[in-house]
Design a protein around this ligand. Structure first.
Ligand SMILES: Cc1cc2nc3c(=O)[nH]c(=O)nc-3n(C[C@H](O)[C@H](O)[C@H](O)COP(=O)(O)OP(=O)(O)OC[C@H]3O[C@@H](n4cnc5c(N)ncnc54)[C@H](O)[C@@H]3O)c2cc1C
Length: 312
């Protein structure tokens, strides 16, 4: 057992060395709390900022070959990180992964780096009078995280606008997948099965009046502010929408609004959200999730499935 731990430590050190040589910023035992919107969780064994595809490809295949656990963190807005942290390498995309550029002459086909926030991309679309991304205004993720999750709101989703996605596979090869190959459905993409790291996303938008785009963005943001507990740390809706129901509605009907375990609480404003009311631990949130699932299943006969991703 101890030699296995030594092996993992040696292999993590090798990946960290290689990353540093490629100019990546590496942080050992870095708390992931500050990289998630829930503000919960322990440390990553190493957090590595990667600035270009070559480095990402080499480091990702190295992790696969050496059996070093690794994953990419976006804006951490859909994550619940274990109190014990993550025992491997966490990659954060920076540098070229934050570029946005038009792909064709019409300017409506846009290539966006996966590490940029949806907020920045929405602003770019607005500034260039391009419509199609208004639904994403207020979703606090990155473009990579949004493609991975097929994020959506107010009748729109990433699936409606994605033309193709470039990614790096665990063996380090670079691939471009077209829309049909992405298997985009409700909060799902092929990347949860193929473990590809999304490097950029190509999106088809439509020309429209800047004022109208702005009005739609404002309308969606106002609806969020009224309905969502944005004043507290959270990871958004905890559960997927069960067929024929709303998770928040079921939770409210079971009298669970305001229910708390430790520092975690079912939001009084939106029962589909769990908020970090006061120094909640991952265990608090997990116990509250289980309590909600058990109660809703017993009282309503509906199984609630988690939308948020658990990291451990
Ligand atoms: C207040 C609030 C409101 C929200 N509202 C919405 C909403 O309206 N609609 C909605 O769909 N979601 C919503 N969310 C959830 C969340 O913002 C989305 O799921 C978002 O797309 C996650 O993006 P991220 O960059 O934060 O990903 P993260 O949370 O960092 O990661 C999520 C998953 O994506 C993977 N991932 C991230 N980047 C990459 C990459 N480049 N390559 C491969 N895998 C990657 C991660 O490994 C992880 O498995 C909300 C969250 C909050 C806190």
């Amino acid at each position: 057992m101890s030699s296995l731990i030594n092996d993992i430590e040696t292999n993590i050190a090798a990946v960290t060395d290689a990353a540093a040589k490629k100019g990546c910023a590496c942080f050992e035992n870095e708390s992931l709390r500050k990289y998630t919107t829930f503000k919960i969780g322990g440390s990553a064994r190493v957090l590595v900022f990667v600035y270009d595809s070559n480095a990402m490809s080499e480091l990702y295949s190295m992790c696969s070959n050496l059996n070093v656990p690794s994953f990419v963190i976006g804006n951490g807005s859909n994550l619940l990180v274990s109190d014990e942290g993550y025992p491997g390498v966490v990659f954060k995309l920076d540098g070229e992964f934050k570029d946005i550029s038009p792909v064709d002459e019409s300017g409506t086909l846009i290539k966006s780096g996966a590490g940029i926030t949806l907020a920045r991309l929405c602003k770019y679309a607005l500034d260039n009078s391009l419509s199609g991304l208004e639904f994403a205004w207020g979703i606090p993720g990155t473009v990579g995280g949004a493609a991975y999750m097929n994020a959506g709101a107010y009748g729109g989703e990433m699936k409606d606008i994605i033309e193709s996605v470039s990614c790096i596979m665990p063996d380090g090869t670079l691939k471009t997948l077209n829309a049909e190959e992405l298997d985009l459905s409700y909060r799902h993409s092929v990347f949860s099965e193929n473990s590809g790291i999304i490097t950029s996303v190509t999106l088809r938008l439509k020309p429209d009046d800047e004022k109208l785009i702005h009005e739609r963005m404002n309308d969606f943001m106002n609806r969020r502010r009224t309905k969502q507990p944005l004043e507290y740390p959270s990871a958004g809706s905890v559960f997927k929408r069960p067929e024929g129901y709303f998770a928040g509605g079921l939770i409210e009907e079971c009298g669970l609004k305001g229910a708390a375990i430790g520092g975690a609480q079912v939001s009084e404003k939106h029962a589909g959200f769990i908020i970090n009311k006061s120094n909640a631990t991952c265990e608090d949130v997990k116990n509250l999730i289980r309590h909600i699932q058990d109660t809703v299943e017993k009282e309503k006969g509906v199984k609630l499935e988690c939308e948020i991703k658990m990291i451990s």
